[in-house]
Write a protein that binds this ligand. Structure first.
Ligand SMILES: Cc1ncc(COP(=O)(O)O)c(C=O)c1O
Length: 389
């Protein structure tokens, strides 16, 4: 893992232990966790924070006012456990997905948890585990293999083609799926960190070939015009799960709300492994308020898409290599020493992300002024940091 992809102060042995407190190495930890680092982008206070792909716009005033009012009126029920099955929230999510994708989705097809990371973990608990294997097309979202490790699911990686802008290599994918017969296949589209999409025809081929289930991670769906994999749900009811989140376009990363869309049987499956009452009343209430104002919030997505295209063309003009992005971040390079370039940006008050792909860095699209600052820093650095393209 790249040095910048590890949370400072969370390395095993780094934590100061007062007196004669035991070290992590003294504990009877599971063998495969020994020597591992806690995952996470550094949470540094920097003027221009372009490292974790959130929506940079603060939630609208009307949302905060309504949220405060709803929380104020939770008093008759906050002493009780929340609705374990988040029924009303799932109905609201189903209505939103139906509107956003054009695919009619019912509440029984939607499941919600604390961020899509929890959704993915629950799917791995139900469909992965010891003796089972998952496959992903890398570079991609680095939590997929980490969630696999946590559930003792073997993770197999098939490389995307760097010479083809990191497009998923469908022929290689099909060959490897035939050979390894994974129980779970992950396809992230738009892909993090590269930003490119996997078209529906390629997805269809992968799902057709899958022996087990296919999880299409659509965390950035709202930033692209490509149709959602939800379009394929009716065709593959026993194989396809589409995972989504309110952390990105929705301006709700702090609220922690992810969900999946699939056949109702998949909802039954995760109910076998979820913790009871996993989604607090506060989360359910806040997410419903955010969903009620989706039209308002998603206006910022149009602005961010415009800013993304502006930053992309500026980087190209400066001589950087970029991947055409359909998300709210940009993968750019190529660098001899990406960690050193990451530090150069940080020294100029721009926090971006080194996801550990040699030669490349990722920058989130921020507010226009933050993007200006980023472009200025990229302009200052280009002569010293660019390798032969
Ligand atoms: C592709 C992808 N999937 C899932 C997530 C997890 O998002 P959350 O747990 O906030 O819903 C992220 C976050 O960066 C992501 O990039």
């Amino acid at each position: 893992m790249a040095p910048s992809d590890v949370t400072p102060g969370t390395q095993p042995g780094d934590q100061p232990q007062p007196g004669n407190q035991p070290q992590l190495a003294d504990l009877p930890l599971r063998e495969e966790l020994r020597g591992q680092h806690a995952y996470g982008a550094p949470q540094l206070t920097v003027a221009n924070q372009l490292n974790t792909n959130e929506n940079p716009y603060a939630p609208a005033e009307v949302i905060m006012t309504e949220l405060a009012d709803k929380v104020r009126h939770l008093d008759p029920s906050l002493n009780r456990y929340p609705d374990r099955d988040a029924t009303q929230l799932r109905a609201d999510l189903a209505a939103y997905v139906s509107r956003q994708t054009g695919v009619e989705v019912g509440p029984g097809q939607v499941w919600a948890a604390n961020g899509s990371n929890e959704v993915l973990q629950q799917l791995l608990q139900a469909f992965g585990g010891p003796g089972r294997r998952a496959m992903g097309f890398t570079p991609s979202y680095s939590m997929h293999p980490i969630l696999c490790a946590g559930t003792q699911t073997e993770f197999l990686s098939v490389a995307r083609r760097e010479d083809e802008d990191f497009q998923l290599d469908v022929a290689a994918a099909l060959a490897e799926m035939e050979r390894a017969r994974p129980d779970i296949v992950f396809v992230t589209t738009p892909n993090n960190p590269t930003g490119n999409v996997t078209p529906l025809d390629d997805l269809r081929q992968i799902i057709q070939a899958a022996a087990g289930i296919v999880i299409v991670d659509e965390a950035y769906a709202e930033f692209t015009d490509f149709p959602s994999a939800c379009t394929l749900l009716a065709e593959f009811p026993t194989k396809l799960v589409v995972s989504r989140t309110m952390s990105k376009a929705f301006d709700f990363a702090g609220g922690r709300l992810g969900y999946f869309v699939a056949s109702p049987a998949f909802v039954e499956a995760v109910m076998l492994v979820r913790l009871p009452y996993h989604l607090s009343s506060l989360t359910q209430t806040a997410a419903r308020v955010a969903l009620r104002h989706s039209a308002e919030t998603l206006k910022t997505v149009d602005i961010l898409r415009g800013e993304r295209d502006r930053v992309l063309s500026e980087l190209r003009r400066l001589g950087y290599r970029t991947i055409q992005s359909h998300a709210n971040f940009i993968f750019f390079g190529r660098f001899q020493d990406s960690p050193a370039v990451w530090q150069e940006f940080l020294d100029r008050q721009v926090l971006i992300r080194d996801v550990g792909v040699p030669g490349w860095l990722r920058a989130s699209v921020g507010l226009p002024a933050e993007n200006d600052h980023f472009i200025r820093a990229a302009g200052e650095l280009r002569r010293t940091v660019l390798t032969e393209q």
